[in-house]
Design a protein around this ligand. Structure first.
Ligand SMILES: Cc1cc2nc3c(=O)[nH]c(=O)nc-3n(C[C@H](O)[C@H](O)[C@H](O)COP(=O)(O)OP(=O)(O)OC[C@H]3O[C@@H](n4cnc5c(N)ncnc54)[C@H](O)[C@@H]3O)c2cc1C
Length: 410
């Protein structure tokens, strides 16, 4: 077990959280880390590792639901930090489905959640994954530029969807895809809705698979939707609710839609921050061990203030990032308003910390840090995505700046 469990940063953790931390840590150390370099090199989805996770109950509807209903909100960040301490690419392969699951549970009815959630995960021996497809070639940070169109066919009670999604984690290999699309172009983001694309639906295909800088065990691809026809019941939340929301938007009344999705992002961003903390901690621990054993000029390199101070800064940033993550996760669990965009703050700071700390760790390992003989260069490649996906660092700053100032900053 790493030293962080011994420090006062864990003052909020119950015995249950500590047990969870120890359990996931063991899986991360025994199964994930040893497999990490191989799947990074192969750049393939690590199905056998997912099977191992499912075997111990770590990849399952039950496990995700238990953590999601943790009354303190800390179960998810504790779990994610440990798993991503093992490896971020494999970590995302194991947790990518929960992004789609969050899209389903955030927008769907109870019946829709009951129907589709089990199909997102599958069963040990026949595991499935799910994908959440929102980004498009011309609509990344600017979600309002989305072009994928969904048109209702009243005669058959079907939705017909056309468009191209990009950068979708698990896109094309998923059993269930959750897709966002425009139902009323005049209403911009308020005219968008989410749909379930059931397994085996005709017209959905994988476009190009992306070859990436990091998190290479996680599958990222385009998803092409060519006259995809889905039953009316696949509109998340149902038609009545959508029609009422669109009517309010057309009257110019607030639908609460923009605020609701902003609140959802604030609640989910700490989870992404926790992943970044896991990567940073892995790099810091390795750099600390290395600095204590590597000798130059007749002494351990840690005895040089330049090296020791770098380690001090790394540890301080990681603990600060974890505190921001835990605060935001706890606030979400208590239903507190994010008046200063505390969720975005946690993701921003943790993502930037992961990039900085992994770079510093490479420096401390010298030549070894630059080779694939050591995992630090992989962690450095993996860390970079945390300033890009789930809202870039600039977008997080925009959200925080707007929240604290009330000004319409562009
Ligand atoms: C590996 C990976 C996995 C992903 N997984 C998913 C997924 O599962 N589902 C999904 O829907 N999407 C996913 N994404 C997409 C991801 O969320 C987007 O890449 C991200 O939102 C940024 O969009 P973009 O790449 O189009 O960049 P752009 O929006 O084009 O941004 C380019 C640059 O401009 C800056 N910028 C843009 N607007 C502003 C502004 N107003 N002010 C200041 N700076 C600005 C950005 O910060 C960035 O630095 C994934 C991406 C990657 C790389």
């Amino acid at each position: 077990m790493s030293e962080t469990t011994e420090t006062p940063t864990n003052f909020g953790l119950s015995q249950d959280h500590r047990d969870l931390q120890a359990w996931v840590h063991q899986f991360a150390a025994d199964v994930v880390r040893p497999a990490a370099a191989e799947w990074d090199e192969k750049e393939e989805f690590p199905w056998p590792v997912l099977e191992e996770a499912a075997k111990i109950g770590l990849y399952s509807v039950d496990f995700m639901a238990t953590q999601a209903f943790d009354p303190t909100g800390l179960g998810i960040p504790v779990f994610l930090e440990e798993l991503f301490w093992g490896d971020a690419g494999i970590g995302l392969a194991i947790t990518g489905t929960s992004l789609a699951a969050a899209g389903l549970s955030g927008n769907g009815t109870e019946e829709q959640v009951m129907e589709w959630l089990p199909q997102m995960f599958g069963e040990p021996g026949d595991l499935k994954v799910a994908a959440f497809c929102s980004s498009e070639p011309d609509a990344g940070s600017d979600v309002g530029a989305m072009r994928t169109r969904a048109i209702y066919d009243e005669k058959t009670d079907e939705w017909v969807i056309n468009g191209t999604k990009t950068w979708a984690t698990n896109g094309g290999i998923a059993n269930v895809h959750v897709v966002t699309a425009v139902v009323d172009p005049d209403l911009r983001t308020r005219g968008q809705a989410s749909f379930i694309i059931p397994p085996g639906t005709k017209g959905l295909s994988q476009g190009q698979k992306f070859h990436k800088h990091g998190i290479r065990a996680s599958h990222t691809a385009e998803v092409v939707l060519d006259n995809v026809r889905i039953p009316g019941r696949c509109l998340l939340g149902g038609k009545e609710k959508l029609d009422a929301r669109l009517a309010r938007a057309r009257e110019g009344a607030s639908t609460g839609g923009a605020n609701a999705s902003m609140a959802t992002f604030e609640r989910t961003r700490p989870a992404v921050g926790a992943q970044a903390v896991g990567i940073a901690r892995a790099a810091y621990e390795t750099a600390l061990d290395y600095a204590k054993t590597r000798e130059q000029f007749g002494k351990a390199i840690v005895e040089n203030q330049a090296v020791a101070f770098a380690l001090a800064d790394m540890k301080t940033s990681i603990d600060a990032a974890r505190l921001l993550v835990h605060r935001a996760a706890w606030m979400a669990s208590q239903g507190l308003p994010f008046e200063a965009a505390e969720g975005s703050m946690s993701k921003l700071f943790a993502g930037e910390t992961a990039v900085k700390v992994t770079t510093q760790a490479m420096q401390i390992l010298g030549g070894n840090g630059f080779t694939r003989e050591y995992p630090v260069e992989r962690w450095s490649r993996d860390a970079k995505i945390y300033t890009i996906f789930e809202g870039t660092s600039e977008i997080q700053r925009l959200v925080i700046a707007r929240s604290i100032s009330g000004a319409s900053i562009r």
